[in-house]
Design a protein around this ligand. Structure first.
Ligand code: LLP
Length: 387
């Protein structure tokens, strides 16, 4: 919910920009970390969702570790204060330079996705006189019932090691001296709203770790990744994700052996609802069949609708007139530069402030300069609002 005092502060800020509700971020983190403590789990925030420096600093201070997918993310996490022993690093294509960065930093675990990658990490670790801690990212062949572009755990997806490769993986850990198997890692997709998917994942984890137990490997860490969805339709009614039911399902269904630690990598569920993209209406254009509200924010600022046909709630913060239908579009030279079709908004005119909600995750961080547009800046509720 954007307050009146925030809206009046927006008047003097150049649009488009990202607005972060710091109070909501803190509330979300409080709820998340209290459950993490209750169940004695460990959490690593997925930097890819939002790597804004202020946001990172708040999440780091709340005690989460970091989940990274590039050498630059590893370096940024450490620079932002995340302790290297709470940093995990995944990705199907880690470059030599990135592997060396992470080895030098002494991160908690490389989440590895293929046999050749494990070999290379062993070689680099040997040449640096180090031992790399490795978790195997396993492809459990689970359909996360989400958009196909953000589904990662089906056997046709590029992510993770297939169970039929376990034999070769086990051989590697027996023969290579500079790697240590410290865990199994899973991440089956993002924006998962069917919690049954996580129950299925727990069952798969038990089945897959049995393979290692049968061969006398002890797996000290189980990492279930991220993926919990948020409510894009009704952000005001459900500003905090359903962490309670999520952890209850995991706690009930995940078999945890004595001495094992359980880890998570939340991204979207931590930051999505606290972020809003704020823009102004440039023109209202009467088309042949439709009315278009043309914003000064475009797909370069928030690409999710264009890329995944994602729904984001849209609000006119200025007008309270009678509602009408609009297609809400941006200024970029692409027909897919559209935030919504046939959206009911109070009668809208040039200069009205428009908020696109639930934009804190995979919003600003996926921003780009296409059409040589400026990157949107970030503003924070506790800095711009009085009282
Ligand atoms: N762990 C791994 C290994 C991941 O690949 C991801 C996200 C996460 C954790 C965090 O997942 P989350 O809790 O945020 O669902 N750009 C897309 C989402 C891509 C997600 C990529 N991986 C979007 O805007 O929907």
């Amino acid at each position: 919910m954007i307050t009146k005092s925030a809206i009046s502060a927006f008047e003097s800020i150049q649009t488009p920009f990202y607005y972060y509700d710091i109070e909501l971020l803190n509330k979300t983190l409080d709820e998340y970390t209290s459950l993490i403590k209750k169940y004695n789990y460990h959490a690593h925030y997925a930097l890819k969702a939002n790597a804004d420096s202020r946001i990172l600093s708040i999440i780091q201070k709340a005690g989460l570790g970091a989940d990274c997918v590039s050498g630059n993310e590893v370096a940024l996490a450490i620079k932002s204060g995340f302790s290297p022993d709470k940093v995990v690093y995944a990705g199907v294509g880690k470059s030599d330079k990135e592997i060396k960065t992470a080895l030098k930093a002494g991160i908690f675990s490389f989440n590895c996705e293929s046999v050749p990658e494990i070999k290379i990490i062993n070689d680099f670790a040997a040449s640096m006189g180090k031992t790399a801690r490795i978790s195997l990212r396993v492809n459990p062949d689970i359909d996360a019932h989400t958009h196909k572009y953000i589904s990662t755990g089906r056997k046709e997806d590029k992510f993770g090691i297939s169970p039929w490769m376990f034999e070769s993986v086990a051989e590697l850990f027996k023969s290579c001296k500079n790697i240590e198997l410290v865990g199994l890692h899973f991440h089956v997709g993002s924006q998962i709203t069917d919690l049954g998917v996580f129950k299925l994942l727990c069952e798969k984890v038990a089945e897959l770790q049995q393979w290692f137990t049968d061969r006398d490997f002890f797996i000290p860490n189980l990492n279930l990744g991220g993926g919990l969805g948020v409510d894009y339709q009704n952000p005001n009614e459900n500003p905090i994700a359903n962490f309670k039911d999520y952890f209850e399902i995991i706690n009930k269904n995940l078999v945890v052996k004595p001495g094992q630690n359980v880890h998570f990598e939340p991204g979207r569920a931590i930051v999505a609802q606290c972020g809003h993209l704020i823009s102004r209406v440039l023109y209202v254009k009467i088309g042949q069949r439709k009315k278009f509200a043309i914003l000064d924010a475009g797909m370069n600022d928030l690409i999710r609708p264009a890329l995944y046909q994602a729904h984001h709630a849209i609000e006119n913060l200025t007008s309270q007139k009678r509602k009408m239908r609009y297609d809400i579009v941006g200024p970029v030279c692409e027909s897919s530069d559209k935030f919504g079709t046939n959206i009911m908004l109070p009668q809208t005119q040039r200069g009205d402030l428009i908020a696109i909600h639930t934009a804190g995750a995979y919003g600003q961080v996926m921003g780009m300069k296409y059409n040589q547009r400026d990157l949107a800046k970030a503003y924070y509720s506790d800095e711009i609002c009085q009282g």
